[in-house]
Design a protein around this ligand. Structure first.
Ligand code: FAD
Length: 444
């Protein structure tokens, strides 16, 4: 077993959380080594190119008013892409398509809602941005919906918007406050579909990290982060037996991986996080088509079914100049039994409704039956966003990812916790007192 001397910080995991944390620390002049067990960085944010079509891992949209955009700006990265149009979409109810009420004109025209329903939606949309998510953090989405939406049809529509914004299909588990915050974010500034897919972010973060002096090593699995020794330094053990000493380590990995890596009291805490985490999952049908049978139909949302359809190439550059890149997804109920064959049949049938004849146009298709969109659903029972574990597990050992910290859902949780973990590492290296209690402290 060899022991190498290293830097200030070791980052484990090369997804967007690990890359962001590494870049933020590196640009402050600290030595950082990042290890990624896969042969490439990016984690779930990678994009695969097939026949010239750019496939994200299921539908990916970057929130324009959230932590991700701010961390990227801090690192000098400006995402390139466009905002999907709200007009022309379909709201699918009982297998029938209606105009999706994405704007005042569509709300007036749609047959999805009765006249009273339309009035209620108009009023609700007018005041949604002013609602305070705080009191709803520890109450469920179902309770929140019942309190703000009176007509059943309005509740169904708002429930579909919650699924769209959060990916969560568990109204009786999810925190109403976390859902409301995310819907507010979506309505305020919408999202970006990115040119070339999320690989654009991965490449930019990787470049920012390298420019900041970070050493990135792919194809290297970390096996353990040991308890601190003399003066608080830690030993990080790689799969080949190499040991590295560092001041701090950031575990930018899934909660179960973090639990396996930790030692002693940290391990016990991380095991608890992993046990408590309810994964947010989706079944995804990603399609490259040589043409769209119904070119004007670029968006469809299930109102009474947890289904999503969107032609991402209608606004972002994702094709070789022809054809369409389409994402179809089912928001999986965490409490329902798994049935991949049923989910695929539902995804295909939904696509039949929106793009009849699509099967004759397939250039490439990929079915991902059970993707982890986020490692931990934000529950009402846990107190909402504030109930997620904070980035500091103990001094010198931090976590980052979409299951960490009190800010942001999905990738924005990864970005926000990465920034907080980076700040805590920097403060520790500088010898400053970090005012966060050890253990499952919550992020600032
Ligand atoms: C279908 C789908 C749709 C999504 N849509 C959206 C969306 O619309 N908007 C949004 O904001 N987010 C979305 N997300 C979520 C987003 O992709 C993730 O939140 C984000 O990419 C997570 O980044 P991360 O770095 O935290 O984790 P990951 O990307 O999972 O990275 C963790 C990395 O750690 C590595 N690793 C693990 N163990 C070790 C070890 N022992 N040693 C070395 N390396 C290790 C893994 O290989 C992996 O690369 C979606 C995700 C999915 C799956």
């Amino acid at each position: 077993m060899s022991t190498e001397h290293t830097p200030d910080v070791v980052v484990i995991g090369g997804g967007i959380a690990g890359l962001s944390a590494a870049a933020l620390i590196g640009r402050r002049g600290r030595r950082v080594r990042l290890f990624e067990k896969a042969g490439f960085v990016g984690g779930r944010a990678v994009t695969q190119v097939k026949n010239g079509f750019s496939f994200n891992v299921g539908p990916h949209a970057l929130y324009r008013d959230a932590a991700g955009i701010r961390v990227l700006a801090e690192l000098g990265v400006t995402p390139r892409g466009a905002v999907p149009r709200t007009g022309g979409g379909h709201a699918m109810l009982g297998g029938v398509g209606h105009a999706f009420p994405g704007g005042p004109r569509e709300l007036l025209m749609t047959r999805l809602l009765t006249f009273r329903g339309k009035l209620e939606v108009a009023r609700l949309l007018g005041r949604l941005s002013a609602l305070d998510p705080g009191p709803w953090q520890a109450r469920t989405v179902g309770e929140w919906l019942a309190s703000v939406a009176h007509a059943g049809e309005v509740r169904l529509l708002l429930g579909a918007l919650v699924r769209l914004a959060t990916y969560v299909n568990a109204p009786d588990l999810m925190s109403g406050g976390a859902a409301l915050e995310q819907v507010q974010r979506a309505l305020a500034k919408s999202v970006l579909y990115l040119d070339g897919g999320w690989q654009q972010l991965v490449d930019a973060l990787r470049a920012a990290a390298i420019t900041a002096g970070v050493t990135i090593e792919t194809g290297v699995r970390v096996d353990a982060v040991e308890e601190p020794v003399d003066g608080g330094t830690r030993v990080v053990r790689l799969a080949d037996g190499t040991c590295l000493r560092c001041t701090s380590a950031i575990l930018a990995v899934a909660p179960e991986d973090a639990a396996r890596l930790g030692a002693g009291a940290a391990r016990a805490l991380l095991e608890r996080c992993s046990r408590d985490a309810i994964g947010v999952r989706a079944a995804c049908l990603d399609l490259a088509l040589d043409a769209l049978p119904a070119p004007r139909t670029t968006f469809g949302l299930g109102i009474d079914t947890p289904l999503y359809f969107s032609v991402h190439s209608a606004v972002a550059d994702l094709t070789p100049g022809r054809g369409a890149l389409v994402h179809v997804a089912k928001y999986l109920d965490p409490l329902a039994p798994e049935d991949a064959a049923r989910d695929l049949a539902e995804l295909e049938a939904f696509t039949d409704l929106l793009q009849p004849g699509w099967r004759a146009h397939v250039v490439h298709r990929r079915f991902l039956p059970r993707m982890t969109v986020s490692h931990a659903l934000v529950t009402a029972r846990g107190g909402g966003l504030a109930g997620r574990p904070g980035p500091e597990i103990e001094p010198g050992l931090y976590v980052a990812g979409d299951w960490v910290g009190a800010e942001g859902l999905l990738a924005d949780g990864s970005f926000a916790s990465a920034r907080r973990a980076a700040e805590l590492c920097l403060a520790r290296i500088a010898g400053a007192t970090v005012r966060t209690a050890p253990g499952l402290s919550h992020s600032a």
